[in-house]
Design a protein around this ligand. Sequence first.
Ligand SMILES: [Zn+2]
Length: 218
Amino acid sequence: MPDLDLPEALELPLATGEPYWYFLGGRPSIDLVNTFRERWRRRVETLVTPGDLAAWLRRAGLLDPAATPPRGPRGHAALADARALREAVDAGVVAAVEGVAPPAAALATIDGWLAAADARPTLRPGPDGQPLLARTVPDDPVRAALAALALDAAEALGSPAARARVRICAGATCSARFYDRSPAGRRRWCSMASCGNVAKARRHRARQAPSDRGETER
Ligand SMILES: [Zn+2]
């Protein structure tokens, strides 16, 4: 059973956040939001370096393992962009959970990425000179991945039905965001194996007392 709580002894800022990533959000843009951990307490950044961002995008299946992420200033700019997109998505998530309108700036940040979200179809001469229908290859694979994340966020936030499935875990010590894909749409925990179990154990203990008085336990 995975323990989703961060260790108490944690030297901040982290050198790398990789050991603390988890992918329970139900969609990649919400997994991205969850890279900023313990929003209720220590506010732990786990996308620490441009290398972290590239590794996270690979783990999320959004960056080809063979792709070369930008280095130097462009790498740092991409990291800043990823964090800004992440916080815009989170503002949208929090607003969706509270049933209020999100800040205009958050929407504009997400929207700003959408133009780059899809590879365009192109018709070019193939190796034999015959026309070949292909897709444009993005110049910068990290920016293409961020655009894909923005599109995913737009799909999660952009309709009443999808918004109604955006959640923040009910765990007392958990700030995980998730997208409820359960058929009934009544999921409360980021994961039954961790936060859901903690709550179940608490309810179980609460039932112990009545059972002492002779009541049967369900
Ligand atoms: Zn949780």
